[in-house]
Design a protein around this ligand. Structure first.
Ligand code: DGY
Length: 350
């Protein structure tokens, strides 16, 4: 809906946010709400054509908010509100230079993404994808109960056989800690993590987490140790230039042959060709990824999709009814707060 009253400020919305949230926006008579009309990702040309003069924009993770968009928008632009916790698609320097505020949606998706991280860890370890595919193709495996047929590494310990289990995290923010809490209930015994080396090491937090979750240790380690000692390694670090391909051939070669790698963060963290090679040549046991570099251009011929030991799902980490409703509401209230020049529920300091 777009009405034109001269004093109205334009709020661009690159995806219909659902009736509850859109009605919040439409209720504002001081705003002209201009919404991408289709039920698919907003086209760049539409964004460029409609952004001039906008005072605010609610965008998705699929829209690149770069110099070109900011220049086209012009001086009225006061707020970008992204419907995501990640913000790699937004040019922070460009925002900073223009004093444009940035809203995002942390916290509300922690549980949804942590659930998917555990799901993927289990699927990759226990060959779930291969099993489902065989059964759907009418190829229920014969001799399935040969003692070592269709086996994979177990996420939880087995008394007297394997008494320790170490989960590793690359990035140790709120989603990683929510994932750790779930894995503690599976009996994981140790947690190791690597994070931005310039961030302070919060030893008290780590000791408190270990005690609360009844783990033997929560320890910050270097990347070599993370690769070497993780039975399951879960990537939850931000994307962007600083972390691009941190999981490369050299890293993967250091991992254990029964280790499982899970990526629920950004595809750019992983060199896909190196991961496919690691799986093919058995340097690691399996992988499961919710994100792939270059998505959504990921066809059936993508090296990871072709790899039987790689589970690939299409960026569904936050895709639950409840979480997405929370995300769109936060995005809308962030945008309105930015336009009203008051505190946002969740603002990133750019
Ligand atoms: C995020 O919020 O950054 C997710 O990756 C998109 O759902």
């Amino acid at each position: 809906r777009a009405t034109s009253v001269c004093s109205q400020r334009k709020l661009l919305v690159t995806r219909d946010l659902g009736p509850d949230t859109m009605s919040l926006l439409y209720a504002r008579e001081d705003l002209e709400v201009v919404t991408w009309p289709e039920d698919r990702d907003c086209e760049r040309s539409w964004l460029l054509d409609n952004v001039p003069g906008a005072a605010g924009a609610i965008v998705m993770v699929t829209e690149k908010i770069d110099e070109e968009v900011l220049e086209r928008a012009g001086p009225n632009l006061k707020v970008i509100s992204t419907t995501s916790v990640g913000f790699e698609h937004v040019d922070l320097q460009g925002l900073y230079r223009r004093k444009i505020r940035l809203g995002y949606t942390p916290d509300v998706l922690n549980n949804a993404v942590a659930d998917v991280a555990v799901m993927l860890a289990l699927m990759a370890g226990r060959l779930a994808d291969q099993g489902v595919t065989l059964v759907k193709e009418g190829k229920w495996p014969a001799h399935n109960f040969g003692p070592f047929h269709f086996v994979g590494p177990q996420l939880s310990p087995v008394p007297s056989i394997s008494t320790t289990r170490t989960v590793g995290f690359l990035g140790f923010g709120r989603i990683a800690q929510a994932t750790l809490a779930r894995l503690a209930a599976f009996g994981v015994t140790h947690c190791i993590y690597s994070t931005n080396p310039s961030s302070p090491h919060d030893r008290e937090r780590d000791a408190a987490l270990a005690e609360q979750l009844k783990l033997r240790a929560v320890a910050r380690v270097d990347l070599d140790t993370l690769a070497r000692d993780s039975d399951v390694l879960i990537l939850l670090a931000p994307g962007g230039a600083a972390t691009r391909h941190v999981i490369d051939e050299a890293f993967l070669r250091k991992m254990g042959s029964r280790a499982v790698l899970v990526n629920v963060a950004r595809g750019t963290l992983v060199d896909s060709d190196a991961l496919a090679k690691a799986l093919r040549e058995g340097w690691i046991w399996g992988a499961a990824v919710d994100v792939v570099e270059g998505e959504p251009q990921v066809g059936a011929d993508h090296p990871l999709v072709r790899e039987p030991r790689c589970v690939v799902v299409p960026h569904i980490g936050s895709a639950t009814f409840e979480t997405r409703l929370g995300m769109v509401r936060t995005a809308a209230t962030n945008a309105l707060a930015g336009l009203d020049e008051v505190d946002m529920p969740a603002e990133l300091d750019v």
